[in-house]
Ligand binder design. Structure first.
Ligand code: GCU
Length: 467
């Protein structure tokens, strides 16, 4: 049994900003210098019913965003140092208090048995094939009797693995087990609880789920670009239902399993983000992994999670949020698509209990989602949307990325560098990038090259393409 407890490394991210409040009116972004960013109440709030979301840009109320540069005394950071020492810790605490709950502590991570290593040939890209090394392992998370376990799947380009070269890795949690991410028959089938969906019987995955979500995890294509790809099932950390808490990792971390919860009690997103950091603990013990280039990627609720994981753990070199929407990159003050009221009613277990109190009162929230987006700074951040995914409010995701820009500026870096909403399919920005893809809510092959391009440009990677 190999014990692999990896202590948190020193921050490579030195988050920070300049004194600006940002007012966003009906999709137009106006920078307002100084001020406390007092929210403006608007009587004509749009409908919040899930069956009748507002999709009318003209009905989006006017609002002012909180100034994310501010520290607890209301003074806005004017330097990267002031951001790191005062404002970032304060804003991060506010996100814990109002949205995601307290950050969970690290635990020792242990490999159960041996890491399974296999040489495999994957079909793709296109008509070609790709030689890969597949690693699978079960990790035990913590020392306690009730410690949780998770199964991790990791593919590496065969040539790099043979040369014992370390490669950059995309790490992504998945919705339906590792076996659903690929058609590779050697991938272990998850035995964890699963929401009812195609191929799931009595809340357990069957063979029919194999490969179902492979479109979201283009292993051959990314390996052939020189990246490794790793994944684990989110349900190993918190089964995704309102009563999932007793079966989540939370009790094993000393958190209450049920009953009245403190207002800042962490929920599923916090548990999933914590799980990503534990997988990273293990990845960082592997010589095949470039520990300075592990990129966390997430789609939808797991895109919200990727943003929170990047906020909590500076070891993630870059963050990719795909269609993370409400509670992710999209601004809560914009009453467009999903709202705080709807999300906390349908998924009460995702956030801390206090977030729910802001249903219909989004203008009073002391933070908005640009605060979350800014937590990645000064690291690279990709925010991706889809045109047909109005529920996730693509424009609200873009405006959030715009509003987070001043933190990158404190580091002398350009974030998005534009306030003009881009045409469909075009990637814009520098340290913060954005594209809106044609089509519906999903993570698709065509999204990934944008992420890899950014990693290469902004992390200075030169991954060796597989031959
Ligand atoms: C629902 C939910 C979204 C979430 C999405 C998903 O649509 O309302 O907030 O992002 O599920 O995770 O697929």
């Amino acid at each position: 049994m190999l014990r692999e407890h990896v202590a948190d490394k020193q921050s490579r991210a030195n988050p920070c900003w300049r004194q600006v409040g940002v007012a966003l009116v009906a999709g137009a972004c106006v920078l307002v210098t100084g001020g406390r960013g007092t929210p403006m109440m608007d009587a004509a709030a749009a409908p919040t019913d899930v069956a009748d979301p507002n999709y009318d840009e003209a009905a989006v109320r006017a609002f002012t965003l909180p100034n994310i540069l501010e520290g607890p005394d209301g003074v806005a950071a004017k330097s990267a140092t002031a951001w790191e020492q005062t404002s970032r810790p304060y804003q991060f605490r506010q996100l814990q208090r109002f949205v995601y709950g307290q950050v969970l502590p690290p635990v020792p991570v242990t490999v159960v048995g041996e890491v399974e290593r296999a040489e495999v040939i994957l079909s793709g890209p296109g008509d070609a094939t790709t030689a890969a090394v597949r690693l699978q392992t079960r990790l035990r998370l913590g020392d306690r009797k009730d410690a949780a376990e998770t199964a991790v799947l990791c593919y590496l380009p065969a040539e790099a693995a043979a040369a014992q070269a370390s490669v950059p890795i995309f790490l992504k949690l998945n919705f339906a087990g590792n076996q659903a991410e690929t058609t590779d028959e050697g991938v272990w089938m998850t035995t964890s609880w699963m929401r009812d969906r195609k191929g799931v019987v009595a809340h357990r995955a069957t063979e029919a789920t194999r490969g179902l979500n492979a479109r979201r995890f283009p292993v051959a294509e990314m390996l052939s670009r020189g990246y490794g790809m790793a994944t684990a099932y989110c349900g190993d950390f918190f089964p995704d239902h309102a009563d999932g808490r007793p079966d989540s990792v939370l009790p094993s971390l000393g958190r209450p399993a049920e009953g009245e919860l403190p207002p800042d009690e962490p929920g599923a997103i916090a548990a999933w983000a914590w799980g990503l950091s534990r997988v990273l603990d293990w990845l960082n013990t592997r010589p095949e992994v470039d520990e300075d280039a592990v990129i966390v990627v997430g789609h939808s609720r797991l895109g919200k999670t990727a943003l929170w994981a990047g906020a909590c753990d500076p070891r993630f070199a870059m963050v990719v949020s795909n269609e993370s929407g409400c509670g992710g990159a999209a601004l809560s003050r914009r009453n467009y698509g999903e709202t705080v009221g709807v999300i906390t009613a349908r998924f009460p277990h995702w956030f801390c209990p206090r977030f729910r109190e802001y249903a219909g009162r989004e203008l009073e929230l002391p933070v908005d989602q640009h605060t979350l987006v800014a937590m990645t700074a000064p690291r690279p951040l990709y925010v991706a949307s889809a045109e047909g995914d109005r529920w996730a409010d693509p424009r609200g995701e873009f405006l959030s990325a715009v509003a987070a820009g001043p933190v990158w500026r404190l580091y002398g870096r350009v974030g998005l560098g534009t306030r003009a909403y881009p045409e469909v399919g075009r990637s814009v920005g520098e340290y913060v990038r954005y594209h809106v893809r044609a089509g519906r809510h999903d993570l698709l092959l065509e999204d990934w090259p944008h992420f890899a391009d950014m990693a290469e440009d902004m992390l200075g990677l030169t991954p060796e393409p597989a031959r």
